[in-house]
Design a protein. Structure first.
Length: 399
């Protein structure tokens, strides 16, 4: 039996390591109390950790080993007060960086919202610029059309002016043409057509050549021009049906020319009035074409000015978007830096909290089983009976 208060001691064999047993590393680098205290001291030296003045900073740095290396249950009131001060410093640092992270995130969100608005504005500006470019192209085509119309109107006006200006001279020319046509008709054509006796070769050749040239001038068919010499070289009795048809065509051509010339001369006054009226209409058409051209050029200029304005707006929108993207990049970097500092401050606070709450852990008492108790009891009895047996043996020998 194990008596009350009797200490149970494990055997030496139980405490010896087994063959090949390796002791586990109890602490990793940075996990020891001294390492953690060093982290706190280093944190207090960081200027980003706000402390009222250098004296306080130096005092807290010097006091950290004396405070946080001591378990919580063994600290006196001064050490507890200094520990509380350290907690305020690290908690304030964490809160400060957390606030900065929140503010940076808010700024980043606001900037991203503005970026979305600027991107939409850029899309609108690009669409408006594209539409304006199409408008400029349409205006250019319209201006080109009006330019060609103005040229055509100018050509018609020039022709009308020329006809009015040359009308009297043209009438005199027509009178001469009529006189020439009458002369050829009577003196050449009629003579060749009605000749009862053959003409001498020279006169016949001259008359036929004159008639062919005049018929050609009037635009007679080539076949008719070719057949005339053959017809008029024959006498009236020798001519056949085909020859008479050719004569009739020449007669009709000359009669028509004389009629047209006579009509033009007889209606000279009315024809001149018509040409003057046509000249006025051509002038009106030219004036209208010029006005349309001027207007289209003005519209084109206005469209070009508007396109330049839209280009400027698009460039401004692009510049604003680019600047906002750059700003977002800087805000993202700032947010990342604040987040990193916040995580560092959180780690420092956790390290401080571990040291603040650390206490001495009592050594575990080995568990005593019934078999161990019985074994230990037997060992005690054997140890206690050994001197008795020795005494008895000695007495027996003496006896």
């Amino acid at each position: 039996m194990v008596k009350r208060g009797q200490k149970v001691v494990a055997t030496v064999e139980d405490s010896l390591p087994r063959p090949g047993f390796k002791r586990a590393k109890t602490e990793k680098k940075g996990d020891s109390i001294l390492d953690k205290v060093g982290i706190i001291v280093e944190a207090l030296a960081d200027p980003k950790v706000v402390i009222p003045n250098d004296c306080c900073r130096n005092m807290l740095q010097a006091a950290v080993p004396c405070v946080l290396q001591v378990p919580v249950s063994e600290r006196h009131s001064y050490q507890a007060n200094v520990a509380a001060m350290l907690g305020e410093v690290f908690k304030a640092s964490q809160d400060s960086w957390e606030q900065k992270v929140g503010e940076a995130q808010s700024s980043l969100d606001a900037a991203d919202t503005e970026r979305s608005s600027l991107a939409s504005a850029l899309d609108v500006a690009n669409e408006q610029l594209s539409n304006q470019r199409s408008e400029v192209m349409n205006c250019k085509e319209q201006t080109q059309t009006h330019t060609e119309a103005e040229k055509e109107a100018q050509r018609v006006k020039d022709e009308a002016d020329k006809e009015v200006c040359n009308f009297d001279a043209s009438q005199l020319s027509k009178a001469k043409d009529l006189e020439e046509c009458n002369s050829i008709y009577k003196d050449t054509f009629q003579m060749l057509k009605l000749a009862t006796e053959p003409l001498n070769a020279k006169d016949q050749k001259t008359s036929i050549s004159t008639l062919v040239s005049f018929v050609k001038k009037l635009g007679a068919d080539t076949s008719l021009q070719t057949v005339i010499p053959h017809v008029f070289k024959k006498s009236t009795e020798e001519r056949g049906t085909f020859d008479n048809v050719a004569l009739d065509q020449v007669d009709e051509l000359l009669q028509k020319q004389m009629t047209n010339l006579k009509t033009a001369l007889d209606n000279g006054d009315s024809l001149k009035a018509e040409k003057v009226e046509a000249q006025g209409q051509a002038q009106q058409a030219l004036d209208s074409a010029k006005a349309n051209l001027v207007e289209s050029k003005q519209v084109l200029q206005s469209a070009c000015d508007m396109m330049i304005s839209k280009q400027s707006e698009m460039k401004s929108a692009q510049t604003a978007l680019d600047l906002k993207v750059q700003e977002i990049g800087k805000l993202s970097e700032e947010h990342a830096q604040h987040q990193k500092e916040f995580e560092k401050a959180t780690d420092r606070l956790l390290t401080y909290t571990f040291l603040l709450e650390r206490d001495v852990v009592p050594e575990p008492v080995p568990e005593v089983t019934a078999e161990k108790v019985e074994e230990v009891g037997t060992m005690d009895v054997e140890e206690s009976s050994a001197p008795l047996e020795s005494t008895v043996a000695q007495v027996g020998i003496t006896a």
